[in-house]
Design a protein around this ligand. Structure first.
Ligand SMILES: [Ca+2]
Ligand SMILES: [Ca+2]
Length: 557
């Protein structure tokens, strides 16, 4: 699935409509920044992938992306198998059946390397497994059992910085003649330097004796120096090592901060080019071991900044812009015009990537307040946010507990609370207790056990939507396209998903009232006449008249 032809772009038929649009905007293309906000060009096929077709008068562009659903796990909080209250790798293995039943095809494990912190984003041994989480044998068993179920395993890899407890750094800071001195940015304490921090507030420099060192996130996380060739070589070796153990790829932490250390320079062309060159080198090195290795980067920025990373550097990147828009659409009960806006983003990504990118939509992750908290506990809104997420192109990522509506607000520990498996607040076998929960406690707290028994639960809503996605290639892998009603209705969100030989119309009623619409034959996609999936038995489509009950989603072919 993660091959280098991750995205195929096939122009089925170039219609007069598209030609008119293209010629209309070709005159002012020359001086525009090729960003999604500036580009007015509809998705175009890569020349080497374009195919003619069929001649029924309708036309659409097919930008396929293999759209497996991924699930992010904080191992410490997930499931405990040895009774110490700390989640472990055997606990992830124990819950693979749960995840398979949910319908996911990939797992992102937050850091599992040795680390002095609870979260693991400061590594002391890049070749080791955190002993609290288990052993290499445990990890290999997890890989085997996941692969048996067609579930990929992706590891968090934290290379911007090591831990200050890493032997490299301890030697580098203690000895001016250390071979590791050049692996970090270490200067005399009184040297004048730039102090604007790209990753947060406060100076990124930290004093140690008569020296100071760069650590943009925290003093416990000294930044590695990527101008040192030995650093680049070692980090590629680390990536290769884990691929050889059987992992399918990496989630690359802080990918834009490799060179982006200072707020005044983080988005300069020079810094972006240096970051991209590093990730290209990293990918080439990894592909020598596994040509299908999957690299998804955390480039926490706009899609305009993300695009260039698809040029032979990252395979995929999280769509941070989209997360806020989806939650805003759900809470505001208003159409975010996904067909138009995402179509433009994907056209830009195609230009940036040469036709091989993979978008990664999500609602929230371990660095953000949880969905149910952002949506003020509104379960209808949570269902609609999930319904949009799970019907979009690319690989949707779920954050553990999101599928049952766990709550959580910063500080970070409290968006990473123990996964709740049991209806009984006293818990049960495997329940983690790594911290006391603030947001998911008491008799009214959600749980997997309670929601499994409730047909209308959020968990069963997620299962249903993922099941549709896995059953319909157009919904799983298809491009996104626009569908416009004659009578605009901002309570309805409509978009088309299309593979080469099929297309479906997705319609969400984001509101709490019944909505009706008259479906017309689309000049691009033809007629949509048959309701094939619906979240509500009350939804109907007869003679082009669509009736959608409150907070419902339908798929129409
Ligand atoms: Ca344990
Ligand atoms: Ca850095």
């Amino acid at each position: 699935m993660f091959n280098n032809r991750m995205r195929q772009s096939v122009l089925v038929l170039f219609s007069a409509f598209l030609l008119v649009l293209l010629s209309a905007c070709s005159s002012d293309q020359g001086e525009q920044d090729p960003s999604p906000t500036a580009s007015a060009t509809p998705a175009q096929a890569s020349p080497n992938e374009a195919e003619g077709n069929s001649g029924n008068g309708s036309t659409y562009t097919v930008d396929e992306q293999p759209g497996t659903v991924f699930y992010e796990i904080f191992v410490r909080a997930f499931y405990d198998t040895d009774g110490d209250g700390i989640g472990d790798l055997n606990g992830v293995t124990a819950k693979l059946d749960y995840l398979q039943e949910l319908g996911i095809g990939g797992i992102w494990l937050m850091p599992i390397n040795s680390s002095p912190s609870y979260h693991g984003y400061d590594v002391t041994d890049y070749y080791g497994i955190n002993p609290e989480y288990g052993t290499m044998d445990d990890f290999k068993r997890l890989l085997d059992e996941a692969h048996k179920r067609d579930i990929k395993i992706v590891m968090d890899l934290v290379v911007n910085h090591s831990s200050s407890e890493h032997p490299w750094f301890k030697d580098a800071i203690a000895n001016t003649d250390s071979p590791y001195r050049s692996w970090y940015s270490i200067l005399p304490a009184d040297e004048s330097v730039r102090t604007d921090n790209a990753a947060g507030s406060g100076s990124p420099w930290h004093t140690a004796g008569s020296s100071k060192y760069l650590g943009i996130f925290w003093g416990g996380m000294p930044d590695l120096n990527f101008d040192e060739p030995k650093v680049r070589e070692e980090l590629i070796n680390i990536g290769r090592y884990w691929l050889e153990q059987g992992v399918d790829g990496f989630r690359l932490d802080a990918a834009k901060h490799i060179y982006g250390d200072f707020s005044s320079t983080v988005n300069t062309k020079e810094v972006q080019a240096a970051n991209k060159a590093w990730w290209q080198e990293f990918r080439r090195g990894l592909n020598e071991v596994n040509p299908n290795a999957y690299l998804i980067g955390e480039v926490w920025d706009s899609t305009a900044v993300i695009g260039p990373y698809f040029d032979q550097a990252l395979n995929s990147a999280f769509n941070f812009d989209l997360a806020g828009r989806l939650l805003g659409a759900a809470s505001g009960e208003s159409d975010p015009d996904l067909g138009y806006s995402l179509g433009r983003v994907h056209a830009f990504y195609e230009q940036s990537s040469g036709g091989a990118f993979l978008d990664a939509p999500f609602l929230s992750n371990h660095d953000q307040n949880r969905v149910m908290t952002v949506l003020n506990g509104n379960a209808d809104h949570a269902k609609m946010a999930a319904a949009m997420l799970l019907t979009l192109p690319g690989t949707p990522y779920l954050y553990y507990g999101e599928e049952i509506g766990m709550k959580g607000a910063k500080p970070d520990e409290y968006i990473r609370e123990p996964m709740l498996w049991y209806a009984d607040p006293a818990g049960g076998e495997g329940q983690t207790t790594w911290e006391s929960s603030r947001h998911n406690t008491g008799a009214d707290a959600v749980s997997v056990e309670a929601q499994q028994q409730d047909e209308q639960s959020l968990l069963n809503h997620y299962r249903k939507l993922i099941g549709w996605r896995n059953a319909e290639p157009a919904l799983q892998n298809g491009a996104i396209g626009e569908y416009k009603l004659d009578a605009a209705n901002s309570k309805l969100s409509l978009y088309v998903r299309a593979v080469k030989d099929d297309r479906v119309l997705v319609v969400h009623n984001l509101s709490g009232e019944l909505q009706q619409a008259e479906l017309k034959t689309s000049s691009d996609y033809g007629e949509f006449a048959k309701l094939i999936h619906a979240t509500s038995g009350e939804a109907s489509l007869e003679g082009g008249k669509l009736r959608l009950p409150p907070y419902s989603t339908v798929i129409i072919r």
